[in-house]
Design a protein around this ligand. Structure first.
Ligand SMILES: Cc1ncc(C[n+]2csc(CCOP(=O)(O)OP(=O)(O)O)c2C)c(N)n1
Length: 796
């Protein structure tokens, strides 16, 4: 059979690979003498040797072969480095193709540039050892393993001309997120989406262990991958020339198959789920590196994972091992005397934006276009007076999101992701405009499934998060809709994305991307039938650890505030926005105009609920979150009826970051503004959606902090009534009133009397729900403005 590579091309591909390997070893070790023009000495070697060699030669091998198919088939392709510690490989290759020096002109394509390229790697003030925001062509932070395939699929949804070549580490493949992401192929529509070419890098080892996939039989591995819906092509061995030919042949086959699948699907309109190709590259870890060091086998073992030589005065023999290793690539045949890659090799790289380091999809902000947003005011609930009933805040939002989908249908740049919670979280209206994208089998009776749709649902929070990140990073918009308790599953993914945003914000060549928006419904206070397992409002504690310039937390108290907040989030850039909202019928407080004003300020006195007017209040009642707001207002109504002389100020917080000092967060109130709201010396009773400590954390520097008493979720929960959840956590209206009485002595004997009556009320509540299985009528039917005094006689 005719070989895929001509002898000349094979020679040049091998030389290009050697060049990339040389640059990789140079980055890990060299401080100077980049072209080895002088004999290597200790002074030429970095004092601290950091980085990962093991994965790097395999990734260099993959990259040069991808360059060949990009040129041959004119592919629009980006590269995702799953075992991303192979940073030296991605940096070396983007340098060889020229993009590195275009992005960083300071690192030129000459000997001086090579020295800087080498020195900066894993060096103070330099670049990290893995594929990172600083790496041109990367949308994937390679530090925390597991997300490469999800990111890749996110990148190609609604991106029909893009192919992502995704290198999956065989160790990475053991992570939960990666294991689930093989199934992304059941969600990819070849008509409207691009394609992902997974390349499982089976180099056999992790840090100091073998990998599972390398220690099962070839048959089992093949069956596993086929069972996940892929057609694997194996490229196995270590002899470079044979491996180049095998890789080239496998890649041609894979690319042609991808083109055929998409071509046929688009010509005929796809009807069956395609079986996409993938590659398994079984090559030695640390390939071409030192074979044996200090009597131990290095190449092809876990011992090559990091830096295989420890160069020091104590180990002079390692220095010559390094010199021989570097010279084995014969740099004098690859670079001219000025340090420039020879033209016959340079021309193997694609040109312009076809270079993977320069592909605009890897700097998605360049491609980002604004969403077309309907006027959210059109979806507002009519709130003639505070306290009217609403159908559940997320249901109202769903109508707005439905029209966001509709208005952007032709652009196809907005998707909603979630672990099968779009309906459950109250966004059912969205399905009037679109479907859940699904290319696996469908059966009669299935709902809202179609080959093409803007809702992505798989029961894996990791997968949803990874898909959404990939979608955003390539210049589109989206929303993650999730139960509040289970969003913790992606705590760490959120971390990485927030870090990515922080670093990219400082890189002038990176453009801003759309914000990562979380809608957390089905929240802690309304888990009546799910109980304790579903009660955890702690995600925001985690979120606020991240850089203030990146994170925003919103707690809209009603539907109109939710509409205003979400409109703002969908317009914003380069943030992580967390929005917590209820889905159950709930009272509404603000007209849409008032909601816009309130959300614009982010915090404010609700004058209509307060009675302090132009005097200083005796007590401030603060609230953040829909249920806390309800309980605070119910408490205020008890206080105003039974202790009418008490001057009360009600403050609602939508934008949690308003509580932090201005120095800590760009949204933070100045101390003067905070003091004017919360006073400098009056008691503040604060009902909070989440764990109480967060309010203390945010306000501990404020003048009146020692007077702020917070009620929130205290990890008390079970299957019980909605109101009882607040009672169990002592955030209910009765406890809140008692808190006021305890802290405002001037309520006197009247206050103490009321307190005793409320204690009885709590007993009555407990007895009632235990007997009737629902809350007392006065709780269920309570309305703001219903100023008949609370019935304080025992009724049962
Ligand atoms: C989620 C996560 N857990 C652990 C690590 C620590 N770690 C770094 S590299 C590595 C081994 C990776 O093995 P593999 O994916 O096969 O990559 P390669 O062998 O190509 O280096 C581990 C466990 C990590 N980076 N991320």
């Amino acid at each position: 059979m005719e070989p895929t590579l001509s002898p000349d091309l094979l020679r040049r591909i091998h030389a290009y690979w050697r060049a990339a390997n040389f640059l990789s070893v140079g980055q890990i070790f060299l401080y100077d003498n980049a072209l080895l023009k002088e004999p290597l000495t200790l002074a030429h070697v970095k004092p601290m040797l950091l980085g990962h060699w093991g994965t790097t030669p395999g990734q260099n091998f993959i990259y040069v072969h991808l360059n060949r198919v990009i040129r041959k088939y004119d592919l629009n392709m980006i590269y995702i480095s799953g075992p991303g510690h192979g940073g030296p490989a991605v940096v070396a290759n983007t340098y060889l193709e020229g993009t590195y020096s275009e992005v960083y002109p300071n690192i030129g394509r000459d000997e001086a540039g090579l020295k800087k390229l080498f020195t900066q790697f894993s060096f103070p003030g330099g670049i990290p050892s893995h594929a990172a925001p600083e790496t041109p062509g990367s949308i994937h932070e390679g530090g925390e393993l597991g997300y490469s395939l999800s990111h890749s699929f996110g990148a190609v949804f609604d991106n029909p001309n893009l192919i992502v070549a995704c290198v999956v580490g065989d160790g990475e493949a053991e992570t939960g997120p990666l294991a689930t992401s093989w199934h992304s192929n059941k969600f990819l529509n070849p008509v409207t989406d691009g394609a992902v070419l997974p390349i499982l890098h089976l180099n056999g080892y992790k840090i100091s262990n073998p990998t599972v996939l390398a220690r099962i039989s070839r048959e089992e591995l093949e069956q596993f991958l086929r069972g996940c819906g892929w057609t694997p092509y194996f490229v196995e061995g270590h002899e470079p020339n044979l491996m180049h030919e095998a890789m080239a042949a496998a890649l041609d086959k894979a690319v042609e198959q991808i083109r055929q699948i998409t071509h046929e699907a688009r010509a005929r309109g796809a009807t069956v789920r395609p079986r996409w190709p993938m590659i398994v590259l079984n090559s030695p870890k640390g390939w071409t590196g030192p074979t044996v060091v200090d009597g131990q086998q290095i190449e092809g073992t876990f011992r090559s994972h990091q830096v295989p030589l420890s160069i020091s005065a104590q180990k002079p023999e390692h220095l010559s091992l390094l010199e021989n290793w570097l010279k084995s690539y014969r740099p004098e045949e690859l670079f001219d005397s000025s340090g420039r890659l020879l033209p016959e090799l340079a021309e193997l790289a694609p040109i312009g934006e076809r270079r993977m380091g320069a592909n605009p999809n890897a700097n998605g902000g360049i491609l980002l276009r604004d969403l077309i947003l309907p006027d959210f005011r059109q979806y507002a609930l009519k709130v003639a007076s505070p306290g009217v009933g609403g159908p559940g805040d997320t249901h109202v939002l769903g109508r707005f999101l439905r029209d966001v989908v509709k208005l952007n249908a032709s652009e196809r740049n907005f998707r909603i992701f979630g672990p099968d919670e779009t309906l459950s979280n109250g966004l059912e209206s969205v399905f009037e405009a679109t479907n859940r994208q699904w290319v696996a089998e469908t059966r009669q009776g299935d709902e809202f499934l179609a080959h093409s749709g803007q809702v992505m649902e798989m029961l894996s929070e990791h997968q949803c998060e990874g898909w959404l990140e990939g979608y955003l990073l390539t210049g589109r918009h989206g929303l993650f809709n999730c139960y509040e308790a289970f969003i913790h599953i992606v705590d760490s993914m959120f971390n990485q994305h927030a870090k990515w945003l922080k670093v990219t914000a400082t890189l002038p060549w990176r453009r801003e991307i759309a914000s990562l928006n979380y809608l957390l419904a089905s929240h802690v206070w309304r888990q009546d039938h799910n109980g304790f397992t579903h009660q955890d409002p702690g995600f925001i504690d985690h979120v606020v650890n991240k850089k203030a310039s990146i994170v925003r937390v919103y707690l809209p108290p009603d539907a109109n505030c939710l509409l205003s907040t979400m409109d703002h989030c969908l317009r914003s850039r380069h943030y992580v926005n967390v929005v917590i909202a209820g889905k159950h019928p709930a009272p509404q407080w603000l007209s849409i105009d008032a909601a816009v004003e309130h959300c614009t300020k982010g915090i404010g006195v609700w004058q209509w609920a307060s009675n302090e007017y132009d005097v200083e209040p005796d007590v401030v009642m603060g609230c953040a979150g829909d249920v806390p707001t309800l309980e605070i207002l119910a408490a205020v109504s008890i206080l105003r009826q039974h202790l009418p002389d008490l001057k009360i100020r009600v403050i609602n917080v939508v934008d949690l970051m308003k509580l932090q000092p201005k120095l800590e967060h760009p949204h933070g109130l100045s101390d003067a503004d905070f003091d004017s709201l919360f006073t400098t010396h009056k008691p503040v009773i604060f009902a909070f959606h989440a764990y109480p400590w967060l309010i203390h954390r945010l306000t501990y520097r404020r003048t009146n902090h020692h007077n702020i008493h917070v009620r929130g979720y205290k990890e008390e929960g079970t299957i019980t009534t909605a109101f009882d959840m607040t009672v169990l956590n002592e955030m209910d209206r009765f406890h809140l009133v008692m808190d006021v009485i305890d802290r405002v002595p001037q309520t006197g004997s009247k206050g103490l009397h009321l307190k005793r009556q409320l204690q009885d009320k709590l007993i009555e509540h407990r007895q009632y729900i235990n007997r009737h299985g629902q809350d007392m009528p006065e709780i269920r039917n309570w309305q703001w403005g219903n100023l008949t005094p609370l019935d304080l006689t025992h009724t049962d």
